[in-house]
Design a binder for this molecule. Structure first.
Ligand code: ARG
Length: 464
């Protein structure tokens, strides 16, 4: 057992307690950030004449060597230490002797762990942004390719009006664009440095917190030392945004699973991203889409878990907060993994344009357009709605589509129908005449695509 405390204890910690309390098995993840924070801390201590320059140099050298040795595999982070902070400090003292004991001057593990987790989360946010950006690029090029790929749009999972695949994909572009922006918002709000807050009440050493913050790339220091060591809001925000990404991915996966089913037959997932059955030779299953949908639950779980952990905690630090790590790390891995796999799967999908167009033509998706046609001939919309309702009923009885009726049949329902109706309610016309901003018509879609292209250019310029 290697602990950073023990002076006031006369007995050894119970073995079970030690293991229950320890966090090294998971906080070793931010080993690199722990070293980074410690280096910044000692540089600041030397600038403030709390340490000599010589002491600072010795400590920085020792810390850098520990980092090198861990990275090269020469030094293992083992479970004999309580946490990663103890591991680093114990190794430092072992290497450089008594000077190493000065590292923790004016610092507590409470502000240290708050810093490490923030540094780690900042990187995760950037990685998630990058994956979202890649997904947005893929979606945009798919949109450009499928401006004329007609398909049915649904409400209540009932065919409603025809749209294009580009339009459908555009809806997801919007969702993931918001997810991308949310990541940036969280980064901006959390980017204040807690180091120097001590255990909860700052310290009597003349620390320059602004300096440490700038060394570590923060906007500045946090302004309340109690909040600094007990704030996990930014993780809850991250998990909430992560849950939202998963929700969006999951909805998309649900649609891909439907589209890939025998009943729909809209899409085929490539062999590299599909799986087979051990018993049914004919099967090709969309497991990746199902797994992404399934993994959404663990990210929601992480969010609920941390919210619940935090709800009853009195200020300031409590050990409960150690529970923030495993579940957040798991959510981080899950979101990144799902974004990566989902984007890969998109690239393997082949859309069956004829099947989609055929499906769009069935189910009376042009009924609204037929009503609009009568409005064009002078009938008030409410009356036109009733007339087309009767027409649909007639079609159902005759097992025909609206455009499959003869002009004579149409005229028996309303004399206002003329032969130009067929052009007016063709699949192409139904889609292409929808030109309001945000609608599926080609011209309208080109406007959206132009805006998305600009968005992606600008966000690239802004990213570090
Ligand atoms: N492993 C601890 C955590 O993750 C580090 C902080 C320990 N602080 C303390 N007062 N015991 O929260």
């Amino acid at each position: 057992m290697a602990q950073l405390w023990g002076g006031r204890f006369t007995e050894e910690t119970d073995e079970l307690v030690y293991r229950f309390n320890a966090s090294i098995s998971f906080d070793r993840r931010f080993f690199a950030q722990d070293i980074e924070g410690s280096i910044a801390h000692v540089i600041m201590l030397a600038k403030q004449n709390i340490l000599t320059n010589e002491e600072k140099d010795t400590i920085v050298k020792g810390l850098s060597q520990i980092r090198e040795d861990v990275e090269s595999g020469k030094l293992a982070i083992t479970e004999e230490y309580e946490d990663v902070h103890s591991f680093v400090e114990a190794n430092l003292i072992q290497r450089i002797g008594d000077t190493g004991k000065k590292l923790h001057t004016g610092r507590s593990r409470n502000d240290q762990v708050a810093l490490d987790m923030k540094l780690y989360t900042r990187i995760e946010i950037l990685k998630t942004e990058e994956l979202l950006e890649k997904l947005l690029h893929t979606l945009l090029s798919m949109m450009e390719e499928h401006l004329d790929t007609y398909m049915p749009g649904f409400t209540h999972l009932q065919k409603a009006q025809p749209i294009t695949l580009a339009h459908h994909l555009g809806a997801y572009f919007e969702m993931f664009r918001r997810d991308f922006l949310r990541m940036g918002d969280i980064y901006g709000r959390m980017n204040y440095c807690p180091l120097g807050s001590g255990a909860l009440a700052g310290t009597t050493y003349p620390l320059d917190r602004h300096y440490t913050a700038s060394l570590l790339g923060f906007e500045g220091p946090t302004w309340n030392s109690m909040d600094s060591v007990s704030d996990r809001d930014y993780l809850i925000e991250y998990l909430s945004a992560a849950a939202m990404i998963m929700m969006h991915l999951s909805r998309f996966c649900e649609e891909i699973i439907l589209w890939n089913s025998n009943e729909y037959g809209f899409v085929e997932i490539g062999d590299t991203y599909a799986t087979g059955s051990s018993i049914m030779p004919q099967k090709k299953n969309p497991d990746i889409a199902e797994l992404v949908r399934g993994k959404t639950g663990r990210v929601y779980g992480a969010l609920m878990s941390l919210l619940t952990t935090m709800k009853g905690l009195p200020l300031a630090y409590n050990k409960d907060m150690q529970e923030d790590k495993e579940l957040t790390f798991d959510a981080m891995d899950t979101v990144k993994g799902c974004l990566l796999l989902f984007e890969g799967m998109l690239g393997t999908m082949t859309f069956r344009k004829e099947v989609m167009a055929e499906s769009a033509m069935k189910g009376f998706t042009n009924a609204t357009d037929a009503a609009d046609y009568l409005v064009g001939k002078g009938m008030p919309f409410r009356d036109a709605h009733t007339v087309i309702g009767r027409l649909v009923l007639y079609c159902i009885e005759k097992e025909k589509s609206i455009d499959g009726l003869t002009i004579e049949e149409l005229k028996t329902i309303s004399p206002m129908f003329e032969s130009d109706v067929y052009d007016a309610i063709s699949l192409k016309a139904c889609v292409e005449r929808r030109l309001t901003t945000g609608a599926p018509g080609r011209e309208a879609m080109m406007g959206a695509i132009e805006c998305y292209r600009k968005f992606l250019q600008e966000c690239r310029q802004k990213m570090p």
